[in-house]
Ligand binder design. Structure first.
Ligand SMILES: [Zn+2]
Length: 201
């Protein structure tokens, strides 16, 4: 099993969706791979921390009197108080941090430029950039993933850019719709919503 698969398995395991065979395979990978073992450990601890957080807001006067009763005020207690007063925000921040970390490792090495569409011979394609030069026409849709699409010419169809950037020059003529999709962000929001539903009493 590759780390990329292991990360997906870890997520499924945390959600309680991993079957017996998957668990065996994951266990095998964790025995061999220190990076995934640490990742798994991080998830487990974060989940435990989130679960242990109070679901209802602690009354402010109570928190204040407890804090005043404690000797000294270090940064640590200030932080603890903040966490207690903002459990949802803290959980969200932790969640995003963990997810981003796993995404970064998951997407590493899988960001090759991909171009789909009609009249590809009209394009100028470099390592991470696709250009529709001025005076050139694409008769149809154009789909670019993991790169920048620069339109100076004409596209008689729809433009879709996934995990990249769309630049329309003043000379650009677009016949259809154009949209930019960021899978990382969309996926994060999707997971956030899913997770918020799971922890909300
Ligand atoms: Zn691994």
């Amino acid at each position: 099993m590759k780390c990329k698969e292991a990360i997906i398995f870890i997520h499924e395991y945390m959600d309680g969706d991993l079957n017996e065979q998957g668990r065996t395979e994951l266990r095998q990978h964790l025995t061999d791979c220190i990076a995934c073992r640490q990742r798994m450990d991080q998830y487990t601890r974060t989940t435990a921390l989130i679960r242990s957080m109070p679901r209802t807001k602690v009354p402010e006067h109570l928190t204040n009197s407890i804090m005043q009763a404690l000797p000294g005020t270090s940064k640590r207690t200030a932080w603890t108080r903040w966490v207690r007063q903002h459990p949802a925000v803290t959980a969200a921040v932790l969640f995003i941090a963990v997810m981003l970390m796993s995404l970064v490792s998951m997407w590493d090495g899988d960001n090759r430029l991909m171009v789909r569409g009609n009249d590809l011979d009209q394009l100028v394609i470099t390592k991470d950039q696709v250009i529709v030069p001025e005076g050139h026409t694409i008769n149809g849709d154009l789909y670019v993933e993991n790169g920048r699409l620069v339109v100076e010419g004409q596209v008689n169809g729809n433009l879709v850019v996934v995990d990249g950037q769309l630049n329309l020059a003043s000379t650009a003529l677009i016949g259809g719709e154009h949209s930019e999709i960021n899978q990382t962000i969309d996926w994060l929001w999707f997971k956030m919503g899913e997770w918020m539903e799971a922890v909300t009493p």
